[in-house]
Design a protein around this ligand. Structure first.
Ligand SMILES: [Zn+2]
Length: 573
């Protein structure tokens, strides 16, 4: 081996072993996300900050990683910035002091940087705001945050500011917040020109493609400068983690699920989201807040039991815990808050030996309706909420699936309510059923809109057009569902009529009402009572394929009728 070849191979080996070490390092379990969006109308920023006290408070609360602010939504920087604009009343280099004292105390530290929301830049460069088709800025009027388009020269400024931060401070990672473009498309001068040059039409599909292209350009540029300086640094982009994020994951060192149950996300959100995100092969963090309600809730503090539940629920689902807080403008951490977090994090620390290096094992896979319906980072669809609540309450282990997931690893697959018959999905389900997998399909899932028949033959029923009545009843076949009382159950959501093909077993049928309630004909306060039970199927089984002719999962989200859950429990077996 020549000397040059030897040197090169040695360098490669060292580089690969470093990468392997970085990949093997699990994220810290006890994190804080320290918000610091602070108006220029507040004086004495950081006047009471004491680095040693700051680190000691975190240590006492057993915190081992923190995200701290380089630049906030107001657009102010919290360090001695030359490219960025320091908060006009900043009393000290807060970022630098935080980095210094956290590093000295073995607390990991990531810097936070706000992308799309920046009030200061929006005031100075209104031409960089998101624009609608009429050229008007998109978004709520102040005091909500202005939205800057990442496809404008703003991105060059962002890159220069981050280069400055990276040149001054050694952090463990960069945490980029609010990376998004308007779902209906940005019509600023740069976006119009860009779409024309890329040959992307002004259609929903063209807009979606363009928004994705813009976001991935940002991720590529920022990852480039972060990793040029710190090859092993964490990189994370918030506001993007919905079904459909797979192609961006190379830019993410890990996944963080922002989910403040009392702040608008609700308690079902994390349960659904983590069961999707854990199929993507990245280390995960669940993020709640110490707030009674949501971000920026000064003087609102979450009760201990809720904080304990939320953080241990993160662990139970294979994620690390992060608690969001907001630092007072004068720069002192709140003692009551950190006592409370410390009590929760003592429990987390005690559980860590059983949580390291774990992977969730799920028996059931449910296809998410987010493959077609609109989902935001904060809101899950009604159908997803229905199956999530139902299966969590039943203590079933399940994952939430996109169209790329391998079905062979699941004992039961559920295709709920309104999943279209994507040819690739139908083909996968066909193979899955042929290999002996159990399948539950409900309502209009897999119904071909052209033929008005089900695209998967193994379902074994024929669609018979729109339902005859709005308010129908479900009658269980005697003995079909042991342990469930055999009576007529009202179906709170409208289903579809089907007939069973030869060889398909009928487990439950319709009982029609005497008539649907109307101005001309009505009886009592609510739905009309049922007439005789018919032989028209509602629930059928053919081999290991079950079909339910009603939107059972959306109904569970909207009506929370317990019998739906009991029936699904029996059908899962
Ligand atoms: Zn634009």
């Amino acid at each position: 081996m020549q000397r040059r070849t030897f040197l090169l191979s040695t360098v490669t080996a060292v580089a690969s072993s470093r990468l392997a070490a970085a990949a093997a390092k699990e994220l810290p379990f006890r994190q804080i996300h320290l918000d610091f969006h602070t108006s220029e109308h507040i004086p004495d920023i950081g006047a009471d900050f004491d680095g040693a006290e700051f680190a000691a408070t975190l240590k006492k609360a057993r915190v081992n990683s923190i995200n701290v602010f380089a630049k906030c939504h107001h657009g102010w920087s919290y360090y001695d910035a030359k490219v960025g604009r320091p908060h006009p009343h900043l009393k000290k280099d807060l970022l630098g002091e935080m980095v210094k004292h956290c590093r000295a105390n073995a607390i990991d530290i990531n810097y936070y940087y706000s992308l799309v929301w920046d009030v200061d830049v929006a005031r100075r460069h209104p031409e960089w705001l998101w624009r609608d088709r009429d050229g008007k800025p998109v978004g709520d009027p102040l005091p909500a945050w202005p939205n800057l388009c990442m496809n404008t020269p703003y991105l060059d400024l962002v890159v220069r500011e981050n280069e400055e931060i990276l040149s001054k401070y050694e952090t463990d990672g960069a945490w980029f917040d609010i990376l998004k473009q308007p779902p209906q498309g940005c019509y600023c001068a740069w976006c119009r020109k860009d779409r024309a040059e890329l040959g992307l039409a002004e259609t929903p599909a063209g807009i979606r493609r363009h928004n994705k292209t813009v976001a991935m350009r940002v991720e590529k540029r920022l990852n480039g400068i972060v990793h040029q300086r710190f090859p092993n640094a964490l990189t994370f982009y918030n506001s993007r983690l919905v079904v459909g994020v797979r192609d961006e994951l190379p830019y993410y060192s890990h996944i963080e699920i922002e989910s403040l149950p009392t702040g608008g996300w609700g308690y079902s959100h994390f349960q659904q989201r983590v069961r999707y995100m854990r199929t993507l092969g990245k280390d995960m963090v669940g993020m709640t807040g110490r707030f009674h309600k949501s971000w920026g809730d000064f003087g609102g503090i979450k009760n201990q039991a809720a904080l304990d539940f939320e953080c241990t629920n993160f662990l139970a689902n294979g994620a690390k815990a992060c608690v969001g807080d907001q630092l007072h403008p004068r720069g002192r951490l709140d003692a009551v808050t950190y006592n409370r977090i410390g009590r929760t994090y003592a429990k987390v620390e005690a559980l860590e030996p059983w949580c390291r290096g774990t992977a969730a094992v799920a028996d059931i896979g449910v296809v998410s309706t987010a493959v077609v319906a609109s989902e935001t980072t904060q809101k899950i669809t009604p159908v997803d909420q229905g199956f999530t609540n139902m299966l969590v309450e039943l203590h079933q282990q399940f994952n939430v699936l996109d169209l790329d997931e391998d079905l062979a690893r699941y004992k039961v697959v559920i295709v709920p309510d309104e999943i279209p018959p994507f040819p690739a999905l139908v083909e996968k389900l066909d193979r899955y059923v042929a290999a002996g997998g159990a399948l539950i399909v409900s309502h209009e899932s897999l119904l071909d809109p052209a033929t008005r028949q089900f695209a998967l033959k193994q379902i074994g029923v024929r669609y018979q057009g729109p339902a005859k009545f709005e308010g129908e009843y479900l009658a269980l076949k005697p003995g079909a569902f042991p342990g469930i009382d055999e009576q007529n159950y009202f179906l709170y959501q409208r289903g579809v009529p089907v007939t069973a093909e030869p060889g398909t077993e009928v487990l439950a049928t319709y009982a029609h009402p005497y008539f649907d309630r109307s101005a001309e004909r009505f009886s009592s306060h609510k739905q009309t009572p049922p007439g005789p039970v018919t032989d028209e199927p509602v629930i059928t089984r053919r081999g290991r394929v079950t079909y339910i002719a009603n939107p059972f999962f959306r109904s569970y989200s909207e009506d929370a009728y317990g019998v739906n859950k009991l029936l699904i429990a029996r059908l899962i077996g």
